[in-house]
Design a protein around this ligand. Structure first.
Ligand code: PMP
Length: 432
């Protein structure tokens, strides 16, 4: 047995089966875009720990900042003893992610927790109970976040779910556009949104509408520009708060700190995690100060909120992202990936769509060039083939028929070229 196989066997013995295995790779060391597995095999990482290492594995200034903070103090609980890294991180977040005239933030540890708190704040601020979310959405695995999540296989037998959650179809133009042009499709979807005030829920009871501007687990589905503008107007008309979940799309992935900055449509509240901390558990809720302050004292928080070591990691990550202009880097990498995939698509009818913003790019596989016939089988062959040939890949989508690229944005041109070549070869192998 290889060391990797041994490790996986030990895992099987003691770890609950419900903790999914998306890929059978192991690790003993990771730097930049490279993972060295337990047997010393080198792999290029196109999964980035599910979008967590946009700044690369173990960026040196980040590791140094973690070490330095760990030598000072590890924990006091921010509720009990105030420390500067928490405040400094909030100061930084409201600068790069301004919401209206005055912005405030709160820190937690995970994306799901950020979503839970965003909903709690929205309910307290509006004194309304209901929340509207979307099909294809993923918001996490805690109770409210799981309820807001769409894909049923994430939540088999986990109910009863949180009440007062209503769901609209996500305006996924590729899948549901049919023969319509995008403008007509968006017009139809906005009509559906307005009709929801009559047939889905009493709109006076709706605290918030939550969406990912570019869905992550759902398969990198971007919301159409005009739909997002229409949604913003609809929320304003009815006094509903617009929450944007940027947990996967944030921190340089799309070439911006948040993908809503790409659209130029501002949320009332937004959530961040993943690449903000380069791997340490840190997450944030950012929002208009008047809204954020409506949550009653003590109603949001927790023992470990904004751990000082995680704050130090996030502060160093943001500084590093600025120093090397990682947003620009995402655009450059994204352009290379998009060009190669579009070329491949020309001669590959099994590729139904290549899409994305910045370096958040996905490939959707379908049968008979029909968006309504997703092909999960090809997708799982490609992920397996890549893994055997030195490339870690992740699939996505309700039908598991989408390959998503979440490589570190510090990947070198040579590594990117090698990784793309493996991916292209494995796509060809899976098809033939
Ligand atoms: N929201 C989005 C958009 C996500 O992609 C994820 C994680 N995939 C979450 C929330 C949940 O984050 P976490 O796993 O840190 O709880």
């Amino acid at each position: 047995l290889t060391k990797s196989q041994e490790l996986l066997n030990r895992r099987k013995e003691v770890v609950a089966n419900g903790v999914g295995v998306f890929n059978t790779t192991t690790v003993q060391d990771a730097k930049g875009a490279i993972i060295i597995d337990a047997d010393g095999r080198e792999l290029i990482d196109f999964a980035g720990g599910i979008g967590v290492v946009n700044a690369g594995h173990c960026p040196e200034p980040v590791v140094a900042a973690i070490r330095e903070q760990a030598g000072k103090y590890l924990h006091t609980s921010f509720n009990v003893v105030t420390y500067e890294p928490y405040i400094e991180l909030c100061e930084e977040l409201i600068k790069i992610l301004p919401h209206g005239e005055k912005t405030k933030a709160m820190l937690v540890s995970t994306g799901a927790e950020a979503v839970e708190n965003a909903i709690k704040i929205a309910r307290q601020a509006t004194k309304r109970p209901a929340v509207i979310c979307y099909t294809g959405a993923y918001h996490g695995r805690t109770m409210m976040a799981m309820t807001l999540t769409s894909k049923v296989s994430y939540k088999y037998d986990c109910g009863p779910f949180a009440p007062e959650v209503y769901r609209l179809p996500f305006p996924n133009f590729y899948r549901y556009g049919g023969t319509r042009d995008e403008a007509t499709f968006v017009k139809d979807e906005l009509k559906r949104l307005h009709e929801s005030a009559l047939n889905l829920v009493d709109i006076k009871n709706v605290a918030a509408i939550i969406l990912e501007p570019i869905q992550g687990e759902g398969g990198f589905n971007p919301v159409p520009q005009k739909y997002l503008e229409g949604l913003r107007a609809f929320c304003d008309e009815h006094g509903i708060l617009l929450i944007m979940d940027e947990v996967q799309s944030g921190f340089c992935r799309t070439g911006h700190w948040a993908s809503w900055q790409h659209y130029g449509v501002e949320p009332d509240i937004s959530t961040y995690a993943k690449s903000m901390g380069s791997g340490l558990p840190i997450a944030a809720v950012v929002g208009r100060a008047g809204i954020m302050d409506m949550a009653a004292s003590g109603s949001i928080g927790g023992t470990y909120i904004g751990s000082p070591v995680c704050c130090a990691s996030a502060l160093a990550t943001i500084q590093y992202m600025k120093d090397i202009d990682l947003n620009e880097q995402a655009k450059i990498i994204g352009h290379t990936i998009m060009t190669r995939l579009n070329n491949l698509m020309k001669n590959t009818p099994q590729i139904g769509d290549v899409r994305g913003i910045g370096a958040m790019i996905a490939i959707e596989f379908v049968k008979n060039s029909d968006p309504g016939q997703p092909d999960a089988e090809i997708c799982s062959k490609i992920v397996k083939g890549c893994s055997e040939n030195g490339l870690i890949m992740l699939s996505a989508g309700t039908h598991k028929n989408i390959i998503r690229i979440l490589s570190p944005l510090v990947i070198t041109p040579q590594q990117l070229d090698k990784g793309m070549s493996i991916l292209e070869k494995e796509i060809k192998n899976a098809i033939n």
